[in-house]
Design a protein around this ligand. Structure first.
Ligand SMILES: [Zn+2]
Length: 240
């Protein structure tokens, strides 16, 4: 039972309920000495009552208010348990605060931008893999059909990654700007890219970036067209 601390709670002017209860406690604590502890329920029962693990019966109450040693012992247990509870509550509050602070730190770290944003482009560049496609063997020899060429050679294979592909164009291909498309089986362009071809060691070579991270594995047709020319050539490639 809790009493509100308020002047209007005074039973008699100047005598609050709290004061009256305290006076009653003081009285019960001294008015009924029982040095031989006759009829006392024992420490265990007093703990049960103070910790409210059992409801007190009429005998318990009658004894508690007429035996000063039991009354004192009961209040001592009650006070100790309240202090213990306060310590437990304090510990829980501290743990909860620590958790809040910790999760706050974690959340703010998650929300915060990366510590070294300046390094990101460098890392992204590192993730670009290099690949080579040599289209020279796919040149059709006079009289060969495209299927003859394909059956003779294995398909160029590209990994599903952000690639910088060095394409070696068929012998005799002029230097200049080239446009590339990777067409899926339905003929839709999935990747479009371009690059400037230069002749290196007698081979016309173009470096072009192919970002294949978002396309499915499978067979594609690589079309190669000189930007200034109308015609284009098509080659089968495998993406894995
Ligand atoms: Zn007693």
């Amino acid at each position: 039972m809790r009493w509100r601390k308020s002047a209007s709670n005074d039973i008699v002017p100047g005598v609050s309920v709290e004061k009256l209860v305290q006076a009653g406690r003081d009285y019960a604590a001294s008015a009924f000495p029982n040095p031989d502890r006759i009829g006392c329920p024992g420490r265990e029962r007093l703990e049960t009552l103070a910790l409210r693990t059992a409801m007190p019966d009429r005998d318990d109450i009658n004894h508690l208010v007429t035996c000063s040693p039991c009354f004192i012992e009961y209040h001592a247990i009650l006070k100790a348990s309240k202090q213990k509870r306060a310590v437990i509550i304090g510990t829980l509050v501290a743990a909860a605060l620590a958790l809040i602070v910790f999760s706050g730190v974690v959340i703010s770290r998650r929300l915060a931008p990366p510590i070294t944003p300046a390094k990101q482009p460098v890392e992204a560049q590192k993730q670009v893999l290099k690949a080579v496609i040599d289209l020279r063997p796919f040149e059709r020899v006079r009289g060969d059909s495209p299927s003859d060429v394909r059956s003779r050679l294995s398909l160029p294979v590209l990994d599903r990654a952000d690639l910088l592909v060095s394409i070696q164009l068929p012998t005799g291909s002029p230097e200049g700007q080239y446009f590339f498309q990777l067409l899926d089986s339905s003929g839709s362009p999935r990747v479009e890219t371009s690059g400037n071809a230069v002749i290196k060691d007698f081979v016309t070579t173009v470096e072009a970036q192919f970002d294949l991270r978002d396309i499915p594995a499978g067979r594609f047709a690589l079309t190669v067209r000189r930007t200034v020319a109308l015609g284009s050539a098509s080659y089968a490639v495998e993406v894995r």
